[in-house]
Structure formats: structure tokens, C-alpha cells
Design a protein around this ligand. Structure first.
Ligand code: SF4
Length: 234
């Protein structure tokens, strides 16, 4: 672990609590947050609840990478249910929404609601999410979902911290290369996969293949941005 890079972060969760449930979307996004919170002695648990991810192979790859790094830091992980049918039901009618649109709000809402429920059930007074660290996501949209989920659940609070500032984005890229994290190439759902593949097809580029690319692996080009952040794979 690279100690101290987070020194300019003011890690001050609501209520001054030191016990935090961190919803994780993937290892590259979650990694720097875990480093910082573990480094500051927080009592942590990672909650991987992402029924949006399609197909199952991609879901398992992202989860495995997340587990590998959390276990390296001695942080417990919980596997949320892969409730694909529920996710499809909640996003019905929003299939052609653009990224950052209404489908993403529904997607974030479901993930934050389940995280808040788990936090309550397991006695975590605060929950947060790694979703907002990506510069290609709308952090206000992510945080609004977290705050909405907490508002209807007395006893648990959402921590809307801006993880991407003051070194967070830079550490995200460094750590992905150091740890050779799996390199996802689209946001996650079947619709983002469809749209990214269409964009690639129009430019004569090959379709996405799962399980092939890892950050920092020799002979692989290492991008300056995390492709997961960019729906067009740029
Ligand atoms: S594009 Fe990403 S955030 Fe939006 S619905 Fe799909 S998986 Fe969820």
C-alpha cells in the first residue's frame, strides 16, 4: 500500500463514525478508497452489489478483482445478490437512455437502496460508494441516489465524499497499473455494452471481448484514462 497519498482528503464521515460500509462497483474505482480508509484505521466492509453488470462472466471478473485487493488489505467483502431480473424490471422502458440519463439514476438508486438496507441490517451507521470516483460519471447523480436511499432509512447515513479530488483520480490510475487490475471496457449493463460495441463497429474497431485486458500487463497499451470511465472506450 502506498501510504499517505490521501493526506489532503478530509475523511470526516457523517456523525463522526469510523465504521463504514463501502459499496464497490469494481476494483479500479474501489481500490484507492480502500487504501485511504484502511490507512486511516476505519472499520470497513466492502459490499459488491452490481446486478447491472452483463454478462455474468464480466460480473465475476470484476468481483474477483475486487475481492483480491480487499483481501490483500484484510478487509471483509460481502457478495450482494446478482438480481438481474430485478435490475431489468427497474430499468424497463429506459433501454435507449444515454449514459448519465434516467436509466443510470434508476441503476444507482437500486444499488444504493440495497447497500443502505445491508448497512442497517449489519449495524453500519454510514455507507459510501466508489461509483462517484470516476470522472465519467455524474457525481451529483450518484450522490443524489445515495442520499435518497438514506433519507428513507432512519439509522443509516450516506457519505457523499468526492473521492476523485486531491489525488484520488491519479491514484486510481497508478493503483490499477500496480495491481494489474482487470480492465473493463464499458460501464457494465447490457445497454452500455450494446452502445459501446455499436460505437466501435462504426469506427471499424473490434467488439469488446471479456477477460482479455489487464492494466500494466507487458505489451498491452496502458491508457491514461480508465476505459471503464468512458463509454466509448476512448
Ligand atoms: S450505463 Fe452504467 S450506470 Fe447507466 S444503467 Fe448502465 S450500468 Fe448502470
Amino acid at each position: 500500500m502506498k501510504h499517505g497519498w490521501w493526506k489532503d482528503w478530509r475523511l470526516d464521515p457523517p456523525g463522526g463514525h469510523r465504521k463504514v460500509l463501502l459499496h464497490s462497483c469494481c476494483a479500479p474505482c474501489c481500490g484507492p478508497i480502500l487504501e485511504a480508509l484502511a490507512g486511516e484505521g476505519f472499520e470497513l466492509c466492502v459490499f459488491f452489489y452490481n446486478p447491472n453488470i452483463h454478462p455474468r462472466l464480466e460480473y465475476e471478473l470484476r468481483k474477483k478483482e475486487n475481492w483480491r485487493f480487499a483481501e490483500k488489505l484484510g478487509i471483509p467483502c460481502v457478495d450482494g445478490d446478482y438480481e438481474v431480473a430485478l435490475w431489468m424490471e427497474r430499468t424497463r422502458g429506459l433501454e435507449w437512455e444515454p449514459e448519465r440519463g434516467q436509466r443510470c439514476t434508476v441503476c444507482f438508486d437500486l444499488r444504493m437502496e440495497r447497500t443502505a438496507d445491508f448497512a442497517l441490517a449489519m449495524g453500519y451507521p454510514v455507507f459510501a460508494t466508489s461509483l462517484g470516483i470516476s470522472r465519467w460519471k455524474d457525481i451529483d447523480q450518484v450522490n443524489a441516489s445515495g442520499l435518497r436511499a438514506a433519507a428513507s432509512r432512519p439509522g443509516v447515513q450516506f457519505w457523499p465524499f468526492n473521492w476523485r479530488k486531491k489525488g484520488g483520480s491519479q491514484r486510481m490510475i497508478e493503483l490499477a497499473k500496480e495491481e494489474r487490475f482487470y480492465q473493463q471496457e464499458y460501464c457494465g449493463c447490457v445497454y452500455s455494452l450494446r452502445d459501446t460495441n455499436r460505437w466501435r463497429r462504426e469506427r471499424g474497431r473490434p467488439k469488446i471481448q471479456w477477460g482479455l485486458r489487464y492494466y500494466g500487463v507487458p505489451n498491452e497499451p496502458v491508457p491514461e484514462k480508465l476505459p471503464q470511465e468512458n463509454p466509448k472506450g476512448e
